[in-house]
Design a protein. Structure first.
Length: 72
């Protein structure tokens, strides 16, 4: 059985496109992971890196739930 893992060829632009195409103004790491066919933890790491570089914003909205959106 194959396991899902990171796609090393997935670019920041492709991840940002997933956020732009979301029907909601924000996304979760789970939504990004499903769209990019990668593990949720990998999607979280990509999102965190984009947040640290100021490209996207984030907010914790529960015990462990985090939402992400494009920075203005």
């Amino acid at each position: 059985m194959a396991t899902r893992g990171p796609d090393p060829m997935l670019s920041d632009d492709e991840l940002l496109q997933i956020i732009r195409e979301s029907p909601d103004p924000f996304v979760s790491a789970t939504e990004v992971a499903e769209s990019a066919d990668m593990a949720r933890q990998t999607a979280y790491k990509h999102l965190q890196r984009l947040h640290e570089s100021g490209v996207i914003e984030k907010k914790q909205v529960g015990g462990s739930a985090v939402i992400w959106w494009l920075a203005d």
